[in-house]
Design a protein around this ligand. Structure first.
Ligand code: TRP
Length: 475
């Protein structure tokens, strides 16, 4: 299945998909009638489901046999319009589900047309990098990917790649969830020893939020300090604010314009749900988030080369941007970026949504004191435990919906210890208060250490990271 089918970008019309769906429906029926091999029937059904998802993405309607798509179809975010209410909502602006366990990530893989990070891929990363895979990989936190095998194939043949990730600086306050992609990206940079570019989309936040340009730019620089505190190698990392870099790099802007020429309003409407009343800045912004995926946007780093493969670690809600990017890439003569997607960091109140920087009680902030951390966890972390100690001892708790346990899967490195906690909590041997205490004791030193490192990040260092320059790498 090609991307253009998955994306509804690049010339695949609702009618094309409707016809494919009708044919695939016939195929499934005839396989069933012929009592074909189960694997074959399953594969055909899988494809049928995927086509239905694509069809909805492009047409905004549910597929109905015998009812071709109508012209007036309303297209919305990832095909979430119409009666898709029971589906999880996952787009760059909203994450919501009705399930206490959180978003159904396996379904998302089918819906987005990405691939699962399976044991084979984790083993391969271990083999190629020569390092024990990060616990985010071992535990399915980075759970989905696009084209990782291709990146590893090339790397094995001494063809390097580069990393690209980013952050929208919407406020000064970053929370622990914001660190997840950066912690993981730092690990990738270390084990593969490759350059990294980090985009701070102060322009995006200006366009979407009620903030001044000055505020957004200031937040970008402040957030850069938290990012630098994650330990990135200054000789291999370029951090940039769009407001600064766009105007100073002709090469970057040329790529933005190229992308803008190859994506229609209709396509971004389908992917992002833009409407006629959205400002034109929003409508053209996806091209700016796409541009760093192409190496010649950074001539100072890649010496003008346009063929260095890019790998983007990000949370899965950013995938719409990169589906669009991957669709455009071959049409403007560039390689498609590969991706590694993470799950969301749940809000303290439960995995129905992700942490939000605008709700102080939903998050553990990087500026919280040990006491604040303790109070927030004790007071707000949703518990999968039973109401009374007696009941809990008898029936045990449910780690799958317990936010403290979920946080430990992100921050406790020791697999055996974590597994023991899971078992003890499930059996009732471990009480909610005790579990919370373990989380508090895990988080406090991590946050304190982060604050120490951030304090040591000087303005001079920020300037160094944010100056366009060549990096310590030979391309
Ligand atoms: N749009 C992202 C946000 O609001 C920021 C971002 C830009 C990003 N480029 C990226 C995130 C690349 C991940 C990867 O946070």
């Amino acid at each position: 299945m090609t991307d253009s089918q998955g994306d509804g970008v690049g010339g695949v019309t609702a009618m094309d998909l409707y016809e494919k769906l009708t044919a695939q429906g016939d195929k499934v029926r005839s396989l069933k009638t012929a009592k074909a091999d189960k694997a074959e029937v399953d594969a055909a059904i899988q494809l049928l489901l995927k086509l239905k998802v694509d069809y909805k993405g492009v047409s905004g309607q549910d597929y109905k046999a015998g009812c071709p798509p109508s012209e007036s179809a309303v297209v919305s975010n990832n095909g979430q319009s119409g009666n898709g209410a029971e589906e999880d909502t996952v787009d760059p602006w909203n994450v919501a589900t009705n399930s206490a366990k959180g978003v159904d990530y396996d379904k998302l893989i089918v819906r987005f047309g990405s691939s699962k990070v399976d044991q084979e891929l984790v083993d391969r990363i271990e083999k190629v990098s020569g390092q024990k895979p990060h616990h985010f990989l071992r535990r399915g936190i980075f759970f989905s990917h696009r084209d990782m095998h291709q990146v590893l194939d090339a790397y094995e043949k001494q063809k390097a790649f580069y990393l690209y990730t980013g952050r929208g600086p919407s406020s000064q306050a970053m929370h622990v969830g914001h660190l997840i992609p950066f912690i993981f990206t730092k690990w990738l940079q270390d084990v593969f020893d490759i350059p990294l570019v980090i985009q701070l989309t102060d322009d995006e936040k200006y366009l979407w939020k009620d903030l001044t340009l000055e505020d957004c730019h200031r937040f970008a620089v402040e957030n850069a300090k938290d990012i630098i505190a994650c330990g990135f190698d200054v000789n291999k990392t370029f951090i940039f604010s769009d407001l600064d870099y766009m105007g100073s790099s002709p090469e970057f802007y040329r790529n933005v314009v190229k992308i803008q020429k190859h994506v229609t309003f209709n396509q971004v409407k389908g992917i992002f749900g833009f409407t006629d009343s959205d400002c034109i800045g929003k409508i053209s912004f996806p091209a700016i988030q796409a541009a760093p995926s192409f190496s010649n946007s950074f001539p100072q780093i890649f010496k003008g080369r346009k063929d260095v493969q890019c790998l983007i670690p990000c949370a899965i809600d950013q995938d719409p941007y990169f589906r669009m990017t991957r669709d455009v890439a071959p049409r403007i003569g560039y390689p498609k970026p590969a991706l590694l997607h993470s799950t969301f960091f749940p809000a303290l109140q439960g995995a129905q949504t992700k942490m939000s920087a605008s709700d102080a009680n939903s998050s553990i902030f990087l500026t919280d004191t040990p006491k604040q951390i303790k109070n927030k966890v004790n007071k707000h972390a949703f518990s999968g435990g039973k109401d009374t100690v007696e009941e809990h001892r008898q029936h045990g708790g449910n780690p799958d919906i317990d936010v403290s346990f979920m946080y430990l899967t992100f921050f406790m490195e020791d697999d055996e210890k974590l597994e023991k906690i899971r078992q003890d909590y499930s059996s009732g041997a471990l009480l909610t208060g005790e579990l919370k205490k373990m989380l508090i004791e895990t988080l406090q030193p991590i946050i304190t250490a982060h604050q120490e490192k951030r304090k040591n990040v000087t303005d001079e260092m920020v300037k160094q990271f944010m100056t366009p320059r060549s990096l310590d790498f030979n391309f």
